[in-house]
Design a protein around this ligand. Structure first.
Ligand code: SIN
Ligand code: FE
Length: 346
C-alpha cells in the first residue's frame, strides 16, 4: 500500500516546491491547531450562533452522498438546529444526513472571521470557494476528483480517505461526459465483473484527525468516509503557475486563455513571476509548452522578457533558439521578440 506524505511542519516555500509543483498530496498534521475554527467550533457552538439559519442538508439511506446516482441524495431545507439533531441522534439511525459542500461566505458569512487563508497559500492565489461540511458518522463522499487545488481541513471528528493518482483514471471508470470527475465504482463493494481494470489501480489510504490539513491537487481521486460526527472546511483555489502532470500544456489555446484571464481579472500581471521569481512565460518556453506561450503572448505578455532564474540573463528568444524550438521561435518573433533585448545594458 502506498502512503501519503505526512509532515508536522511545512513552510509556504517548501509546500510550493515539494507538493504544489509536484502535483502531490500531503497531510500537514495539526496544521490548523492554532486556528480559531479548530479551537472554537463544535456542534454546540455553531448551534448557539446559527440555530435558526435555514440550511440545505442531504439525506441518504445508504450513507453515500453521490451526485452521480440519480435519487441517491435528497436535499431538505431545515434550520441548522434541526440539522445538528440529525447529525448526532440515533433516532435517525437508518438514514444519515450530510450538510455537504455549503458555501461559508454565502450561508455562514459570520464564520469567515474565524478562518484564516491557509498559510501555504500565496497572496496571488485565487481562492474560489470556501465550503463547510458537517455530517454524522458514516457519511461517505464517493470516489471523485476536483478541478481546483484543494485544502481539506478537519475541525472535528475523523475522516478516512482512499486516494488514487490522476494516472489511475483509466482504471477508475469515469462517468459519462459532464461527469467525468465522478467514478462509477463503489469502493466499498467493487463489482469486478463490471470494472475489471480496477484491479490495476493503486490506492493510497490516509486519515484526518481534528486539526489536520490535507492538500489534494486537482485530478487526484478521493473517497471520504466520516468515522465520527465531523466538521470540515475546504478551500478550492488556483495558483497562477504552470502545473506539471495535469496535461495543461495540451489544452487548446482558447481554454488556456480563459483560465489565465481569471487571474488577470483578479488583478495579477500577465508577466507574473513564480515563487522563485521566474516569469511564467519563461518557464513555459523552457518546458516547450507552445500553447501556453501562445496564450500568454496573445494576452499581452512581453515577448522580450529576460530570465531571472531558469537561464539568468537570457532572453525568451535566446532560450527558445538554444533549445531548437522552431515553432516557439517564430511565435515569439510574431509577437515582437527581438534578437537582442532593445534596452539590455550589456
Ligand atoms: C468530504 O469531506 O466528505 C469530501 C471532501 C472533498 O471531496 O473534497
Ligand atoms: Fe472532493
Amino acid at each position: 500500500m502506498q502512503s501519503i506524505d505526512t509532515v508536522q511542519h511545512l513552510t509556504a516555500v517548501q509546500f510550493n516546491k515539494l507538493y504544489f509543483q509536484e502535483n502531490k498530496p500531503v497531510i500537514i498534521k495539526g496544521g490548523v491547531k492554532e486556528a480559531k475554527s479548530y479551537n472554537h467550533w463544535s456542534l454546540d457552538y455553531l448551534k448557539s450562533k446559527f440555530a435558526n439559519r435555514p440550511v440545505r442538508v442531504f439525506y441518504s439511506e445508504s450513507g453515500y452522498y453521490n451526485f452521480n446516482v440519480q435519487g441517491q441524495m435528497v436535499p431538505i431545507q431545515v434550520s441548522f438546529e434541526e440539522a445538528t439533531e440529525y447529525f448526532t441522534s440515533n433516532q435517525y439511525n437508518n438514514k444519515s444526513y450530510y450538510m455537504q459542500q455549503v458555501s461559508i461566505p454565502d450561508v455562514f458569512p459570520e464564520l469567515m472571521d474565524d478562518l484564516e487563508t491557509p498559510e501555504w497559500n500565496l497572496p496571488s492565489d485565487l481562492i474560489n470557494v470556501v465550503n463547510l461540511w458537517i455530517g454524522g458518522a458514516g457519511c461517505v463522499t464517493p470516489l471523485h476528483y476536483d478541478f481546483a487545488q484543494n485544502f481539506l481541513i478537519q475541525i472535528m471528528g475523523r475522516k478516512e480517505l482512499t486516494l488514487f493518482a490522476p494516472t489511475d483514471a483509466p482504471y477508475l471508470y469515469p462517468s459519462e461526459a459532464g461527469k467525468v470527475h465522478l467514478s462509477q465504482i463503489n469502493l466499498d463493494a467493487v463489482d469486478y465483473a463490471q470494472f475489471p481494470l480496477f484491479r490495476q489501480a493503486k490506492p493510497f489510504r490516509c486519515s484526518l484527525e481534528p486539526g489536520d490539513v490535507l492538500f489534494l491537487p486537482p485530478g487526484w481521486w478521493h473517497h471520504v468516509r466520516s468515522l465520527d460526527a465531523a466538521i470540515s472546511v475546504n478551500y478550492w483555489w488556483n495558483r497562477f503557475e504552470l502545473i506539471p502532470g495535469i496535461g495543461m500544456e495540451q489544452y487548446p489555446v482558447a481554454v488556456l486563455t480563459k483560465e489565465i484571464n481569471r487571474f488577470l481579472e483578479a488583478g495579477l500581471p500577465i508577466d507574473h513571476q513564480d515563487a522563485e521569481g521566474e516569469f511564467l512565460l519563461i518557464n513555459a518556453i523552457g518546458k516547450g509548452y507552445v500553447n501556453i506561450v501562445e496564450a500568454f503572448l496573445s494576452l499581452g505578455a512581453n515577448a522580450n522578457l529576460v530570465s531571472t532564474h531558469f537561464r539568468p540573463g537570457k532572453t525568451a528568444l535566446e532560450i527558445a533558439t538554444a533549445s531548437g524550438q522552431h515553432k516557439m521561435v517564430s511565435l515569439l518573433q510574431q509577437y515582437g521578440a527581438k534578437e537582442k533585448q532593445p534596452n539590455a545594458s550589456h
